[in-house]
Each structure stands twice: as C-alpha cells, then as structure tokens.
Design a protein around this ligand. Sequence first.
Ligand SMILES: Cc1cc2nc3c(=O)[nH]c(=O)nc-3n(C[C@H](O)[C@H](O)[C@H](O)COP(=O)(O)OP(=O)(O)OC[C@H]3O[C@@H](n4cnc5c(N)ncnc54)[C@H](O)[C@@H]3O)c2cc1C
Length: 511
Amino acid sequence: MTPQAPQSIVIVGGGTAGWMAAVAFGRLMGPAGVRVTLVESDAIATIGVGEATIPPIRTFHAMLGIDENAFLQATGGSYKLGIRFEGWSCPGESYIHPFGQIGTDVVGVPFAAQWLRAHQVGMADPLAQYSLEARAAEAGRFSRPIANGDSPLSRIGYAYHFDAGRYAAFLRTQAEQRGVVRREGTIERVETGPAGIAAVHLANGSRIDGDLFLDCSGFRALLISGALGTGWVDWSEWLPCDRAVAVATSADAAPLPMTRAIAGPAGWRWRIPLQHRTGNGHVFSSRHLSEDEATAQLLADVEGKTLGDPRIIRFATGHRERMWSGNCIALGLAAGFMEPLESTSIHLVQSGLQHLLRLLPTGKMSMPASALVDRYNRVMTAEFVRIRDFLVAHYHLNARPERFWRERAIAPIPDGLADKLALFRAGGRIFREADELFNETSWLSLLTGQNAPVEGYDPICDAVPLHVAVRRLAQIEQVVGASLNHMPPHADALSRIAARESRRADHLAPL
Ligand SMILES: Cc1cc2nc3c(=O)[nH]c(=O)nc-3n(C[C@H](O)[C@H](O)[C@H](O)COP(=O)(O)OP(=O)(O)OC[C@H]3O[C@@H](n4cnc5c(N)ncnc54)[C@H](O)[C@@H]3O)c2cc1C
C-alpha cells in the first residue's frame, strides 16, 4: 500500500455487516497502520435475523483466520448442507437445493445432461439421489470433508446456521483483538465534504472523521442515502414480498443440517435449527396477507415452545443505484436487500468486502479513481441481478392455486431469467455466467425441482450410448449411498461442539 492509501476507515453500524467489515479491515489493513473505527448505537437494535448462510462463508472465515469450532461454539451454530423447498412447485411436492456438486461427468459429458436424458425415459432416479449433501440433509447426517481420493466425502459442500446476535458479538471480539476501535453512540448528523462524507457527529457531541466510510447502518442507510442521496432501484415488481414475521422456538432434539423453506398461501416460512433454539419466520406479501394473518400462520406451523413474541420486519426489495459513491461504500442492508430465500444477504456483504479489498484506491479518497468505483458498482450490481433472477425463478415456476402464486406465475420476468429458461427448455441446457454465484448444480436442482418445461435433451449426450450412461448413473448413486454410511448423525457433530470436545484444528479436518 502506498502512503496515500486511506489511513482511517470508519464503519457505521455494528450489525453483521459492520462487524464482518471490521474483522476484514482490521486483519488485512490493521498491520499496515490503517486506523479502523466502528460506530454503533446501543439504542438502535440490529436487525437480529440472518441466520442461514451458503458455502463461500467458509472461504471468508478462512481468509480471516476464524477457527470453525470456536465460531460454532460461540454462535450456537449448526451445519447446513442445502435448502429444502417444500410446496413450491405445488402443494405436497418438495425438492432440495443441495450444496456441492451433484454427480460427475459421464465419459466427458456433463452429469446434468446425462441425468436429464435418462430421467426423461424413466431410467434415472430423482436428482437428489445422486447428491451426497441432499441425502445426508434428509437423513440428518453430517461430516466435514474426509480426504478419500475421488469420493464425494472428500468434497462435501457445507455452510452454517448461526445466531445473528451471537455472530456479531463473536466478530466484535475478533475485530477488537485486531485493533479495531469501537465507539458507542447515536449518530445525529452526517457532515459531507468534497470527498463525500467528512465526518459523523454523535449525540454526545463527538465528531469522528475518516478517509473512507463504510455505511453498514442497515435499512436506515444513513450515509449512502441519508447524506449522499444515492437513489434506489426498486425490484418489488419481480419480488413483491415486503414483510417478515420472525419468532424463535425451543431447540429441536435432532436438528436437520438444512434450512427449510415452506411455501404458504402468500409467501413462505423458514425454519433454521440452531444448537440452542430454532429460528422461524414467515416472508409474505402485505398486499395478499395482513400482518396478523401472517403471524397466525407462522405460529400455527412452528414446533416446540415459542421463545418471546413474534416480531414484524418491514422491508423493500432492491438496491442502491450506486453502492460506492464518493468515499462511501454501502454494505449489508444499506446496500440493498432481497428476501432470504437462498440465504444470500450475508454472502453479498462478504462479496462486497472481497471486491472492495481488491479495488481500494491507492490515491487520496478525495480523488477516487473512477475506474475502481465504476467496476465495484458494476460487479456488485451484476451479482445482485443474478441472485434476483434465481429467486424470481422460484416464484415464476409454480403451479400453486392461490391468487398470490397465480399472479407470480404469469407476471413478466427479467430478461436474463427468460434466457435461462429458454435455454433449458431447448434441450435442458444450463450455462453459468462468468462469476455467477449459482452453479449448474444449483440451477439444475431449481429448474427440475420446480418442473421447468424442457423439450428433448442435449445432443452431446449421444456421444455416450444410453445404456452406458444409465450404468454410470447407477454407479454414482451407489457410491453416494455407500458414502452416506460414513457420515455420523448431525446431532452428534453438534453435541461434540457444545461439549467443547472438538479440538482447535484445521477447519477441514474430519470430525
Ligand atoms: C427477515 C429477514 C431475514 C433474513 N435472513 C437472512 C438469512 O437467513 N441469511 C442471510 O444471509 N441474510 C439474511 N438476512 C439479511 C441479514 O440479516 C443482513 O444482511 C445482515 O444481518 C446485515 O445487516 P446489517 O448489519 O446491514 O444491518 P443491521 O443489523 O440493521 O445493523 C445496523 C447497525 O447500524 C447501527 N445504526 C443504525 N443507525 C444508527 C445511528 N443513527 N447511529 C449509530 N448507529 C446506527 C445499529 O445500531 C446497528 O448496529 C435477513 C434479513 C431479513 C430482513
């Protein structure tokens, strides 16, 4: 870093986004002498939800030197192998979107293409049978990857569920150990200047200035919107749910290592098992369901004893026109929000941080290199758009009878999604765009799970005679079944963490 790089970074907000940013900047820039200050208000609560994640979080933790056992102990966390979508294509049907990779190529031809062809003629089992993660999730089993040649056990894809409040507290400890200074106080005024943000003023009269400001103030978006007036791109036409009601219940004795997403009359409910409790929520459209009705539906569905009162959360779906403006970068809810259907919000914080660390200017922030800023805004917007399209597909491809769902099925869809569906329809072709979060396995699980129309199969399959492909598919299924037997119950893995038996070890070491 040159001497002209930002020397002082101010993070506004101490929710998940703020403390993730604090750990990252504290660890990676603290040693270079950069001052990192985080301001949060004890009087303004964090959002308090955000408990399900996706596998890239493990890369983030590894980058920050976070020990997996310590993290799971501190946050009451559990393991997650995927998401089960219940009743999305139509009531009574369900499918899993598993992490990891499904199957392997069949003589050089992609697994997805071969499976689709064989499935169309009734010679292949349901897709989940070929996924170790999907079968383990259903069976309530879990293991970290076990080095074992080319076995699916060696490449198990997993993520976590955790308690959002405890996660922020855990990250705070990590950040403070790395020299991040926490300032408590409510920001009453934001001072602007030629660079964008000059300083924030607290209710107690103190002024905190810096070279670079990260707006992690949640839906308030104090800096990026309140002070800089950055516009908002509204996506409610694509994703009209605008409310959630959340309530915790007592812990499940045998928690499944997966998130459940259960479709309802005008939205869906989540269920997230932790060590010490279960998180439950209901995401819904207020045009179709009142808050009271949504709460009643949630309470009728939960299992176990409720812990506390249900809490309503109102949100808007979309993102800031520019997530980086002047010397201010918005992360987390201040940058944008999409409903937690695929657990992508915390990932977007992580992704924003990773892009930001690569694009930090080496000159004064009063003269931001516009190419860096433009690139950041472009890649982050593209990431939001691709995730949005993936979410919209869940709603578009449905045969449910209720008004909300009939409207979703016929509503116009974004062009990018229309292209994906057209390619799939024409022979089951799936292409992952550059840097796209969701890979072919994810799209295959979604499109087949939601009965997307498909005509014929990819002609590349004809390179392998059908009977050869069917035999190979059977072998893959058999290997997955045998691998499953090596995985202990998820509850065992969790009780070992709770009992603090698990040693501090490399995060990929087998349990
Ligand atoms: C219903 C729902 C469910 C979700 N589920 C998931 C999920 O399963 N997985 C996932 O990845 N994400 C999920 N999310 C998103 C996730 O919760 C957020 O992305 C994440 O918690 C980041 O929040 P945040 O830190 O941006 O904001 P917040 O948690 O709202 O934190 C804002 C911070 O700013 C501070 N602040 C605000 N105003 C001031 C002020 N004037 N002065 C000083 N400080 C101030 C507050 O004190 C607080 O510390 C969900 C979100 C919602 C709404």
